[in-house]
Write a protein that binds this ligand. Structure first.
Ligand code: ADP
Ligand code: MG
Length: 620
């Protein structure tokens, strides 16, 4: 016998697809709030979201007569005909989320669309009555006892703290994806995130800590209607896993293999195995070339043509990365000439003007044959130095507009020219380098054919021990070296609280550290790689930047910061190196002259023979 399922049963089955976990409930409710045009959204959860989820927004609200409809399956205000599916710009459109959630929980909506607030509750899919209620303009949805009537599903949930963690990760993504919306997120009464709706740099600071931006490059590129913008970690900035990667396609957080592979491959030359790039990327593509309706949670999208997406993303990211961090060229005299050239170019651009009439199909053809990063034009990415990014944090709205397109032009042209030499510059064969001596106990000189490299001994040394320490931390292979006499540090109450809170990160690095009475800290062992560490200098540095470090919530970021401070304190100044040591240092750099020290300063500078000759007016 074939039964036609009652809507009640049907909804409970369907609910499995859309809502399988507390985080997916939060996701649907927040998406509804965003679709409602809210500028402020507050999310509260209790018991990992199993006990209670509440989402409050100041969006358009649901009118009294619409409240019933909102709960009905396949009821949506966002689509009316099948054709609309191809142009949907809202996050929701299936009209099944509220119905599904309501069928497996005790739910209540209070909403005011401008005619006063009304509320309608629903328990396990059974609707109550619409009653007048108190509430502000907007909507408040409360979901209690999720899956109380589907014990099998309840059993599959993870622990409260794991579920909470998943909700937290997702809230981080919402904050990043909608930097113009102010989000507040609380779990068990504790405030976890508060974003102010002041733009992407500020959203990144909220989620990952302000210092992250120091290690990022901002991207803003347009490849024939495929727009890519956001922040990516510089080539020395890596993460131990993929949780620091966010991709938003047309405003929707997705995990997409094509884009992930393009970004990963662009970084391939720079990151070691098991290091993952950091990125917050927004890919905006024409509606008609992307299908968002391929996944019940809309967690992935399908592109009409993966090749063109891959090519665009790869070329943008790799040209930004390659242009970023190589041995800085020492330009004598050439600099003025370059500036003059730039001025001229700005006045009369000799670069072909982009063909804005090129259609997507034409662009696609072109890109199919050319996905290399060097095909340049004004539609190439903008390059930002860390300084301009820091500026962008303070003045987010101006950062993108102050730069005239001519500046971007000139800048891109300059980087392109550098790029021609890049391959040869990045890596030099150590065997071809001869050590020529040192200057000021700091700078080491190496000669290679018609070029010379000046290496900052301390920066290189710092970078090398930093890399080694981070590798060991990641592999959990840190060795501690006990000290003959323990080091004691007296601190005030705030410093004490700050340090004790970060004991776990310090211990993972190899410090043996503990409380020693009130207001005193005892260090009895240091990481073996940092035998020379000056603990006064290290703690001095850490405590003097305590305020900015405090903003860092993620322990990995904290570890990076601590490690770079520790390496700085471990490198002795004014040290004489023997020729053998100087050669070893370079060997350990593996000839990579594009390295930067953990604080972002270049490790090596290149001088060409011709530039020396210009300096001495041997040639003009
Ligand atoms: P969908 O989002 O796919 O349309 P839902 O079941 O999530 O379906 O929501 C059904 C309808 O309820 C929406 O189309 C919208 O009209 C209304 N709605 C839901 N949440 C809100 C909200 N926070 N503010 C305003 N309207 C809402
Ligand atoms: Mg929805």
């Amino acid at each position: 016998m074939i039964n036609i399922l009652s809507p009640d049963v049907y909804n409970r089955i369907a609910a499995g697809e859309v809502v399988d976990r507390p985080y997916s409930v939060v996701k649907e409710l927040v998406e509804n709030a965003i679709d409602a045009g809210a500028s402020e959204i507050a999310v509260e959860i209790e018991g990992g979201g199993k006990q209670k989820i509440r989402v409050v927004d100041n969006g358009c609200g649901i009118g009294r007569d619409e409240l019933f409809k909102a709960y009905s399956p396949h009821a949506t205000s966002k689509l009316s005909a099948a054709e609309d599916l191809f142009t949907v710009s809202t996050l929701g459109f299936r009209g099944e989320a509220l119905a599904s959630i309501a069928s497996v929980s005790r739910m209540r909506i209070v909403s005011d669309a401008g005619q006063g607030a009304f509320s309608l509750a629903c328990e396990g899919g059974v609707l109550g009555e619409v009653t007048p209620s108190a509430g502000a303009k907007g909507t408040e949805v409360t979901v209690c006892d999720l899956f109380y009537n589907t014990p099998a599903r309840l059993k599959f949930l993870k622990s409260d703290s794991q579920e909470e963690g998943d909700v937290t990760n997702m809230m981080a993504r919402f904050i990043l994806s909608r930097p113009e919306i102010s989000f507040t997120y609380t779990a068990n009464g504790k405030l976890k995130f508060r974003s102010l709706g002041e733009g992407l740099p500020s959203a990144i600071a909220v989620v990952y800590g302000a210092s992250t931006l120091d290690n990022c490059l901002e991207i803003s590129a347009d490849k024939h209607g495929i727009l890519l913008h956001g922040f990516i970690g510089n080539r020395n900035y890596s993460k131990p896993n993929r949780t620091y990667q966010s991709l938003f396609v047309n405003g929707r957080y997705v995990v997409n293999q094509t884009v992930a592979a393009a970004v990963t491959n662009a970084y391939a030359a720079y990151l070691m195995k098991r290091q993952y790039p950091f990125y917050v990327l927004f890919l905006d593509v024409p509606q008609e070339i992307v299908d968002v309706n391929v996944h019940p949670n809309k967690a992935d999208v399908r592109f009409q043509d993966n090749q063109i997406i891959y090519g665009s993303v790869y070329s943008v990211i790799s040209s930004v990365l390659d242009g970023n961090s190589r041995a800085v060229e020492y330009l004598v005299g050439v600099k003025e000439e370059l500036e003059r050239e730039q001025r001229e170019r700005a006045a009369a651009p000799s670069v072909p003007v982009p063909d804005s009439t090129m259609t997507y199909e034409e662009a696609k053809k072109e890109l199919e044959f050319d996905i290399s990063p060097n095909k340049n034009g004004p539609s190439e990415p903008r390059f930002y130095t860390p300084d301009s990014i820091r500026m962008a944090v303070h003045a987010p709205e101006t950062s993108a507009t102050v730069e005239t397109s001519e500046d971007v032009f000139a800048e891109n042209q300059r980087l392109l020219r550098e790029e021609e030499h890049a391959a040869a510059q990045q890596r030099v064969d150590v065997k071809n380098l001869t050590f020529k001596g040192e200057l000021f106990h700091t700078y080491l000189f190496y000669e290679a054919g018609d070029e010379a490299y000046i290496v900052d001994q301390h920066a290189a040394h710092e970078r090398l021990i930093y890399d080694r320490l981070r590798e060991k931390i990641a592999a959990r292979a840190v060795v501690s070296q006990p000290m003959l006499v323990p080091y004691l540090l007296e601190v005030n109450a705030a410093e004490f609280a700050f340090l004790t809170k970060n004991f776990p990160a310090l211990r993972e690095m190899g410090f043996e550290i503990e409380e020693f009475g009130s207001g005193c800290i005892k260090v009895s062992a240091v990481p073996a790689d940092l035998m020379n560490i000056n603990l006064n200098a290290f703690f001095g540095e850490v405590l003097s930047s305590m305020e900015s470090l405090r903003a860092i919530r993620l322990s990995d970021l904290m570890k990076d910061k601590l490690a770079s401070a520790a390496c700085k304190a471990a490198v002795k100044g004014g040290e004489y190196l023997t020729d053998e040591e100087a050669r070893k240092l370079l060997e350990r750099m593996d000839g990579d002259m594009g390295l930067k020290c953990p604080h972002g300063r270049p490790v090596a500078v290149k001088v060409k023979r011709s530039e020396m000759e210009k300096l001495f007016k041997r040639i003009v």
